[in-house]
Structures are given as structure tokens and as C-alpha cells.
Design a protein around this ligand. Structure first.
Ligand code: G16
Length: 543
């Protein structure tokens, strides 16, 4: 088969954000845009002869077009084998699991996660290394540098590869194996959780709704929840993956998973509700008339890990991203295990997991996971909760409230201002940081400022340093205000304001977070001048 070398010119801005390169589909459709990025990646990887690559995506518009391009380029660049999900499908955690199981050299995941899909929507590409972890910053920076000097790319002249039928095909010297996207992942889940017990739990009348939001987890949830665990048909809603995710925004939060939330707060609500995102790595947990914040969910999983077979030998440690509430820190303290605080982005957990320093990790952005893969894992979190519920035979609300009684409640909320002008967003952050010296040690509404900084992180394993990871204002009672610009959006900028206080009064604990945080919400506006600078009266999303 003839290898063709095609001349090209660099595109500016092929820089990975919090999780890979995410752009509008129309940007990816530009001549050689995807090819440039993929060749830059292959150039940085060096000699890939004899190596195995995993390829798959969340099924959004442009997924299979991109996969055909990548397979042909993989053949031309010398890979020996590519494992690709049937119809080009692999959820992000499943891709991580497959990379690990088959000891692949790495994997390419096509996804823009929770960002909307379709012709006018977003597309994305990211590379995961042999541990199954998203590429570290050193690698993403090297890829970016390569995109800026790229002169040509290599591909082969061949017909499209058949992605619908399972099995092996040859593309020149490259072996392409189309694999079932669910099988390996489902087996891994069965090794971690007590499927028999969960099956009995469903048989005893326990009810749940899982909202796949017309995205990739539909396939996994139908197979695992309904077929393997015997949940009644209809448990999975919006379970047919669509190229445009049904026109929705597959972000499992209280705003975008509104239909599910309504069901859980209705008179005949099921016992348990959960949702996942576009590529299956996020999760939202709901009980009857109750919402569990991702930060609380992480703390509860850590506190109950002894009930779950895959984790009952104990946790080596836990890790959370900096803006995630400190609820899990309290559990770690009680368990006498370390708790690590990392910048936002799952890639920062990779070294801790590889080094055996952390077993469970989580982020406020609806991400929870463990050392079973190197990505956050939506369905895994749902199964973890199901296992705990089946063992404890209590409702979600009972478990949550007992947790708060024991550890206190880290009252938490995130306010997002989406699609604001990028220049305004930068100005807001610069002005806020400039104010820090005037805030330190001052008292506002009874909150005394203990520290203000721009979070930076030194990785305890490879000692790499990441700076500029979010502005923090910490108060003497442990409350925090954090300001960060999103690294995943494609429209203007998104300002995220994270609010946290600590409440030990068991009566107050059950009040609405927005009420408990009212003073901090006002202080955030006072310090950062949000309404004035953005012209927004209120956030676009509150979680
Ligand atoms: C990605 C990363 C997450 C991170 C999130 C934050 O999530 O994988 O680790 O917490 O971005 O996004 P932002 O920078 O917008 O706050 P995902 O699900 O989009 O891959």
C-alpha cells in the first residue's frame, strides 16, 4: 500500500485545553486541520513501529470521519495494530480501560465531552498514554509546538475501513481490530462491584432512572444496568446515542439534566437517579428529592469504600482538584490516609494513581474515578453508589445526612457565567488578583481573609510545576472563594466561581446551599465586580 506524504501548513491555536483540543466542528473540517494535529502527535510519539493504538469516540458528529483519517494515518506512520470501537464508539473511561487491558502504546479519543454536538457543535481530540491517562502537560505542549512547524503529514490511499462489523482487517501492514465497545469495560466493572447483590436489589423493587442524555453511555447503561443487572426496561432514559445528542447539552448537572431532576423531585420519584455526559466520564447522583454534590459524592464513596469488593482492602489515599470541596479531606483525616489537592484536569491525578498514592479521585465538575482506569468514570460512580445502597439498605438522603452529621457539611456551590467576552474575563481576573493585598486579613460580613493566591501545584511524583491554576481567597474558618476561567469552552470565556463554607449545625445543614452561602455569594461579586464587568445579573448555571 502506497504511503503518501501531503504538504501542509501550520494552523495557529492547536493547543490543548483542560482536556485535549476542542473546537467547533467547522474548525476541524478545515483542510488538513485534523491531519496536522494527528501528525504532530505521531511525530512527538517518535518510533511507533510494532505498537498498538486504541481509537474511539463518543459518537458525535464527525466521529467516524475523523476515525477514518486517523486509521489511514496510523497505517502510514507505522503502527502495527489499532483497536477501534465498533462504529467508532468508545466512552472515555472505556478507552482508558482498553488501553490498559491490551497494554497499548496509547489511545486517541474523539470527544468534546459535555459540549454540544452536531454540525454546528463542537468536536475534540485527545491523546492518552499507555497507563490510560490523559497526556501530561509536557506532552500536550510538545504536540502544540509541533503543530506550529508542521510541513507535511503521512497517509495511505485506501478505501474507508469497515467499522460496523467486529473482527480483524488489514490496511497495508496495519492490523485494524474492531472491538465491542462494552465487553472489556463491563468485565472490569463486574470485577469491582457485587453484581449479584445489585441484581437482587433491583429484584426487591429498588427503582432508578439513568439519563444517558442521548450520548455514549446509552450503550453501556443498557448493557450493564438493564441487561446484566436486571433493572427494568425504561430505567435508562435518552439511551439511544445520537450524533447531535438530541440537540441537548449532555452535561449532567441540575440545569442540563432537567428532565431527570424533575422526575427525582416528583411525587412518584424513583429511589435513585443518575446521569452521565457526552463521553461517559462524568456523573450526577440524585436520590428521591435530593441532590448529592460531586464533592459530597466523592467523600461518601471514600467513607463507604469498605462496603465495596474492589476497594475493601482500603484506600491508599484520595485526591481532589483544588476547587472541589474539602469534604473528602475530612474523610481522609478520619481514615488516616493522605489527601492530595491538584489543579483542575484529570491528567493531574495520573501520577498519583500510577504511584499508588491515591485510590479514589474526584472533581467538583461531576467527575469521580479510581485507580481502575486513568480517567474519571461516570457509570463506575453510579455502580459504586448502587453497591453502597444495596449493602446499606438506606436511601440516598439518609446516607447523605448521616454523612453530614458525622463529618459536618462542606456547603458548596459553583456559579458559572458562560459565554462572556474573553477580554472582559481576563480583565476581571487581573483586577481581582491586583486587589489581593488589600483583602488579606480584612474581615467582610464576618469572614476574615486568611490567604489569597493564584494556585500552583508541584507534582509530588515528577516534581513538575503548574502555575496559574485559579485565584483563591481563603477565610480563617476554612471557607473559600475560588475564581477560575474554564479551559474547555469554545464560545468566549466561562467564569467559574466556586463557593464553600463549613456547617456543623445539623439543623442548618439541611438548608439550601444558596441560602447558606448567600454572604459568600455577595462577597464574590463585591471582590470580583462580576455583575458590573460582565453585565450579567446572575450566573447561567448554578450547581
Ligand atoms: C475536563 C477535564 C476535567 C475537568 C474539567 C473542567 O472535563 O477532563 O478533569 O475538571 O474539564 O473543565 P473546565 O476547565 O471547563 O472547568 P471533561 O468532562 O470536559 O473532559
Amino acid at each position: 500500500m502506497q504511503i503518501k506524504t501531503i504538504n501542509t501548513q501550520p494552523y495557529s491555536g492547536q493547543k490543548a485545553g483542560t482536556s485535549g483540543l476542542r473546537k467547533k466542528v467547522t474548525v476541524f473540517q478545515q483542510t488538513h486541520y485534523l491531519e496536522n494535529f494527528v501528525q504532530a502527535l505521531f511525530n512527538v510519539l517518535g518510533d511507533v513501529h510494532g505498537k498498538t493504538l486504541v481509537v474511539g469516540g463518543d459518537g458525535r458528529y464527525y466521529n467516524t470521519v475523523a476515525i477514518q483519517t486517523i486509521l489511514k494515518m496510523a497505517a502510514a506512520n507505522g503502527f502495527a495494530r489499532v483497536l477501534v470501537g465498533q462504529q467508532g464508539i468508545l466512552s472515555t473511561p472505556a478507552a482508558s480501560a482498553v488501553i490498559r487491558q491490551y497494554q497499548a502504546f496509547g489511545g486517541i479519543i474523539l470527544s468534546a465531552s459535555h459540549n454540544p454536538a452536531g454540525k454546528e457543535g463542537d468536536f475534540g481530540i485527545k491523546y492518552n498514554v499507555s497507563s490510560g491517562s490523559p497526556a501530561p502537560e509536557k506532552l500536550t505542549e510538545a504536540i502544540y509546538a509541533e503543530t506550529q512547524v508542521i510541513q507535511n503529514y503521512r497517509t495511505v490511499d485506501t478505501a474507508d475501513i469497515e467499522l460496523n462489523a467486529l473482527g480483524i482487517q488489514q490496511v497495508g501492514d496495519l492490523t485494524v481490530e474492531v472491538i465491542d465497545p462494552v465487553t472489556d469495560y463491563a468485565r472490569l466493572m463486574e470485577s469491582l462491584f457485587d453484581f449479584d447483590r445489585i441484581r437482587q436489589f433491583f429484584q426487591s423493587g429498588f427503582t432508578m432512572r439513568f439519563d444517558a442524555m442521548h450520548a455514549v453511555t446509552g450503550i453501556y447503561a443498557h448493557a450493564i444496568l438493564e441487561q446484566q443487572l436486571g433493572a427494568p426496561a425504561g430505567t435508562v432514559m435518552n439511551g439511544v446515542p445520537l450524533e447531535d445528542f438530541g440537540g441537548g447539552h449532555p452535561d449532567p448537572n441540575l440545569t442540563y439534566a432537567e428532565a431527570l431532576v424533575k422526575q427525582l423531585y416528583s411525587d412518584n420519584a424513583p429511589d435513585f437517579g443518575a446521569a452521565s455526559d457526552g463521553d461517559g466520564d462524568r456523573n450526577m447522583i440524585l436520590g428521591r428529592h435530593c441532590f448529592v454534590t460531586p464533592s459530597d459524592s466523592l467523600a461518601i464513596l471514600a467513607a463507604n469504600a469498605q462496603h465495596v469488593k474492589g476497594y475493601q482492602q482500603g484506600l491508599a489515599g484520595v485526591a481532589r482538584s483544588m476547587p472541589t470541596s474539602m469534604a473528602v479531606d475530612r474523610v481522609a483525616h478520619a481514615l488516616n490516609i493522605p489527601c492530595y489537592e491538584t489543579p483542575t484536569g484529570w491528567k493531574f491525578f495520573g501520577n498519583l494513581l500510577d504511584a499508588g498514592k491515591a485510590t479514589l479521585c474526584g472533581e467538583e465538575s461531576f467527575g469521580t474515578g479510581s485507580n481502575h482506569v486513568r480517567e474519571k468514570d461516570g457509570l463506575w460512580a453510579v455502580l459504586f453508589w448502587l453497591n453502597i445502597l444495596a449493602v446499606r439498605q438506606q436511601s440516598v438522603a439518609e446516607i447523605l445526612h448521616e454523612h453530614w452529621t458525622q463529618y459536618g457539611r462542606n456547603v458548596y456551590s459553583r456559579h458559572d457565567y458562560e459565554g462572556i467576552d474573553s477580554a472582559v474575563a481576563k480583565q476581571l481576573m487581573t483586577a481581582l488578583q491586583a486587589k489581593f493585598p488589600s483583602l488579606i486579613h480584612q474581615t467582610f460580613k464576618g469572614y476574615q481573609v486568611a490567604f489569597c493566591d493564584d494556585f500552583s501545584y508541584t507534582d509530588p511524583v515528577d516534581h513538575s510545576i503548574s502555575t496559574g491554576q485559579g485565584l483563591r481567597i481563603g477565610f480563617t474558618d476554612g471557607s473559600r472563594l475560588i475564581f477560575r476561567l474554564s479551559g474547555t469552552g469554545t464560545d468566549g470565556a466561562t467564569l467559574r466561581v466556586y463557593l464553600e463554607s463549613y456547617q456543623t449545625d445539623v439543623v442548618k445543614q439541611t438548608q439550601d446551599a444558596q441560602i447558606l452561602l448567600a454572604d459568600l455569594i455577595q462577597l464574590a461579586d463585591q471582590f470580583a465586580n462580576i455583575r458590573h464587568l460582565t453585565g450579567r445579573e446572575k450566573p447561567s448555571v448554578i450547581t
